[in-house]
Design a binder for this molecule. Structure first.
Ligand SMILES: Nc1nc2c(ncn2[C@@H]2O[C@H](COP(=O)(O)OP(=O)(O)OP(=O)(O)O)[C@@H](O)[C@H]2O)c(=O)[nH]1
Ligand SMILES: [Mg+2]
Length: 420
């Protein structure tokens, strides 16, 4: 048995209920507390060979990392009260058992801004990451989900596409999670996944999970939540994660930094209608999908496809192994969707084989670490008592030209550094 799985299992308390972990290479694992021998047993069941075995886990308390560092590791739920700790465990087991309700509650927890809840969320996420790490040591492909970002101007047909594409994937036994990034929803009322009505079939599908955007928040807050929600969805066994964003604001750039593949959906419309698309967003797209290529719109869709193919030719490729593609589909007739999926799988394969996917994910982790640090420091800065006091007067002086912006910033930063 791998030490990773052992680490993960010995973190459980003796009172834990049986914990199931899903198929890694067709193997189902289950931890059982055996009363007669007073120890954990790991039961593995191999679907493909129809073979079941149990392994004793004699050491429950010591955690392997303690051996390497010489110090005992902190209990994962340290600092939480019993009730809160219990809740984190309940959510964790719920995720392992792929309960959609528990996934929804876990995402609500990571969306919370309450400090106590954030602490619980941190605990839950660290348990999930430990668990993922253990399983990924067995097989990267089997465990990590394919993360696909979808963006496009309002009315491009994103919701209709997700409904058609999601159903196509669940019909092939994939488990699909759909998440939204829409920081504008607090001010505009939101155009995104609140419209589950536009996904009537997918929202009833047991193999799909649709999560609307949090109702409020800055881009930083919303994207942070989405990033963490991706991790939770993966833990709950969703192997394809679709992250949708509208083509307004900076959200599509943020999303392109949290997915494996970024997909731009556009309607077969002329320049005016496509003005909403941010300059530069085409450059980060791995695939441009011209939607609504059906009926009278086929000719226009062809024209747009040709225009984008020639535009992309002059762009500097971001990958050594992948040239962005432009495809035509119809979300209404579903034409082109199987081809698009084949192309996406090919992309994933190329990125994995070349090692670019692992690199990309590592870089994304670093980017997000800095994003979080920037967000947090900005929040501390703007809520700092001394800074808040000095800010109006210094702003006035900057506006009237009495002081340079640099000098004002220096004064504020000095004040911030004094007490922080
Ligand atoms: N002919 C045709 N119409 C489509 C297709 N896909 C979507 N539509 C129509 O386009 C309109 C907008 O579709 P939505 O899926 O709501 O578009 P959206 O991008 O989610 O829009 P927002 O959520 O407002 O940003 C609807 O009336 C759809 O019926 C398609 O493949 N062909
Ligand atoms: Mg929509």
């Amino acid at each position: 048995m791998s030490s990773c799985i052992r680490n993960f299992i010995i973190r459980l308390t003796k009172k834990s209920p049986p914990l199931y972990s899903r198929g890694v290479n067709g193997i189902m694992m289950e931890t059982l507390w055996c009363k007669s021998c007073a120890m954990y047993r790991l039961r593995t069941f191999n679907y493909s060979r129809n073979f079941c075995s149990t392994t004793s886990l004699p050491e429950i308390e010591p955690i392997a990392s303690a051996k390497s560092t010489g110090k005992p590791s902190e209990p994962i739920t340290k600092g939480l009260m019993d009730k809160e700790e219990e809740y984190v465990k309940t959510l964790f087991y719920g995720l392992m058992k792929r309960e959609r309700g528990m996934l929804a509650r876990a995402i609500t927890l990571v969306e919370s801004t309450n400090p106590k809840k954030r602490e619980q969320a941190r605990m839950l996420l660290s348990q999930v990451l430990q668990y993922n790490k253990g399983l990924m040591a067995h097989s990267v492909k089997a465990f990590s989900a394919f993360r696909i970002g979808l963006s496009g101007p309002p009315g491009a047909g994103k919701s209709t596409f997700i409904e058609a594409f999601g159903k196509f994937l669940t019909a092939q036994n994939h488990r699909v999670a759909v998440l939204a990034v829409d920081p504008s929803s607090s001010t505009t009322g939101g155009s995104l996944l609140g419209d589950k009505t536009r996904m009537p079939e997918l929202s009833c599908d047991m193999n799909a999970f649709i999560r609307p955007s949090p109702a409020k928040g800055s881009l930083g807050g919303v994207t942070r939540t989405t990033n963490e929600a991706i991790v939770l969805c993966e833990a709950a066994g969703y192997d394809i994660i679709l992250v949708e964003t509208v083509g307004v604001g900076q959200s599509e750039f943020a999303v392109s930094d949290m997915v494996d593949m970024f997909c731009l959906i556009i309607p077969p419309a002329g320049g005016d209608e496509l003005q909403g698309i941010k300059k530069g967003i085409v450059e980060v797209a791995d695939v441009v999908v011209v939607n609504k290529s059906d009926g009278d719109l086929v000719a226009a869709a062809r024209r747009i496809q040709t225009e984008y193919i020639s535009a992309i030719k002059y762009m500097r490729p971001r990958s050594q192994v992948w040239k962005p593609q432009v495809l035509r589909i119809s979300s209404l007739t579903k034409e082109g969707i199987p081809d698009l999926w084949r192309m996406m799988q090919y992309f994933q394969q190329c990125m994995m084989d070349s090692g670019e996917l692992i690199c990309k994910r590592s870089k994304q982790q670093e980017t997000w670490m800095w994003n979080y640090i920037r967000d947090h420091i900005m929040e501390c800065f703007t809520t700092h008592v001394g800074v808040k006091k000095m800010l109006p007067e210094l702003t006035r002086q900057v506006l009237s030209g009495l002081i340079t912006p640099g000098a004002a910033a220096d004064k504020l930063l000095k004040e911030f550094a004094k007490e922080s």
